[in-house]
Design a protein around this ligand. Structure first.
Ligand code: AP5
Length: 284
């Protein structure tokens, strides 16, 4: 008898609880020469989720929460570029230096650079615990490349979650965001302030404002989203993978709305796989 293991839910969001465990995603953050020290326990059908939504809608916050509840690895392309931005210039390749400059201006990094970086880390797509892709794909070309790679390697997506929020609320979320420089936990100066100003609740690291959260970069990022990323909603809608989730309410409330639908989709995907295997067996 084959069963799906669903871990018990964790009820309260604690910023950075998942991101603190950085050694669990060191292969993603630092590249294939830094294998992960801890790998999540495998499930019969790992979660393979893509998060979509405008900058600041709360993808990183939700990825952290989904990681706590589902134990799938949080793979953020923005985190990889920010980690590169923290290194000294002489440690970076010319291509990575250029990528960091695009990020600081709020522009999208060119597709070839992003794809080379993801392909180099493609082992992470096979992670036994599954993955939550945050910030990738972000253009149609990236989505097509990801689909081709996953089809070739026999991997299927569980779902693509699109978080939706009015633009005015998005700007307020970005303007008030503060991030811990040590564990990368995300706060908001009014909505989710730390207990002590500018100090992370979990690791006491210093909180900082991201360079691309300045008003001039926010405008560029929102325009890039409308132009390049919004068309992915139709792309994944046509593939039957899209889940629309209003990003209003507390982070826990949003996650509570998301998880049951994800579970339903994974159960359906599992049943389809069993059905296909049975048909195959009968045909041979
Ligand atoms: P990336 O890091 O992916 O940034 P982004 O998509 O712009 O998203 P953000 O991290 O800004 O926001 P979020 O949706 O994660 O919101 P968060 O949870 O932090 O990319 C950065 C850059 O890297 C790009 O601009 C680009 O240059 C480059 N890049 C990365 N990937 C690329 C790719 N594939 N192709 C090309 N270029 C790429 O929340 C925001 C704030 O809201 C926080 O303060 C949080 O506390 C608060 N908040 C969250 N949820 C709630 C809630 N429910 N209620 C109230 N406040 C909330």
């Amino acid at each position: 008898m084959i069963g799906i293991t669903v871990p018990p839910p964790v009820r309260r969001y604690i910023p950075g609880m998942a991101t603190l465990n950085k050694q669990a995603r060191s292969r993603w953050l630092q590249g294939p020469s830094a294998p992960c020290e801890t790998v999540p326990k495998g499930a019969h059908l790992p979660w393979r989720i893509v998060l979509l939504g405008a900058p600041g809608v709360g993808k990183g916050t939700q990825a952290d929460l989904l990681n706590q509840r589902l134990h799938a690895c949080h793979l953020s392309t923005g985190d990889v570029f920010r980690a590169a931005g923290n290194r000294s210039d002489c440690e970076l390749s010319p291509v990575m230096k250029e990528a960091v400059a695009y990020m600081r201006r709020g522009e999208l990094v060119p597709d070839t650079t992003v794809w080379d970086m993801v392909r180099e880390r493609s082992e992470c797509l096979h992670c036994a615990g599954g993955f939550i892709l945050d910030g990738f794909p972000r253009t149609l070309a990236q989505a097509v490349s990801l689909k081709q790679l996953m089809d070739t390697e026999g991997l299927g997506l569980t779902a693509v979650v699109n978080y939706e929020l009015p633009a005015s609320e998005i700007v307020a979320r970005l303007g008030g965001r503060r991030t811990c420089e040590t564990c990368k936990a995300v706060y908001h100066v009014t909505d989710r302030p730390p207990r002590v100003a500018d100090c992370c609740d979990r690791c006491e690291g210093k909180l900082f404002q991201r360079e691309d959260d300045r008003p001039e970069s926010i405008k560029v990022r929102l325009e890039a989203y409308d132009r390049s990323t919004a068309p992915l909603i139709e792309f994944y809608g046509k593939l039957g993978l899209l889940m629309r989730v209003p990003a209003t309410g507390t982070p826990d409330e949003i996650c509570d709305k998301t998880v049951p639908e994800l579970e339903y989709r994974r159960t359906k995907q599992f049943a389809n796989l069993l059905w296909a295997a049975e048909e195959n067996r009968r045909d041979t």
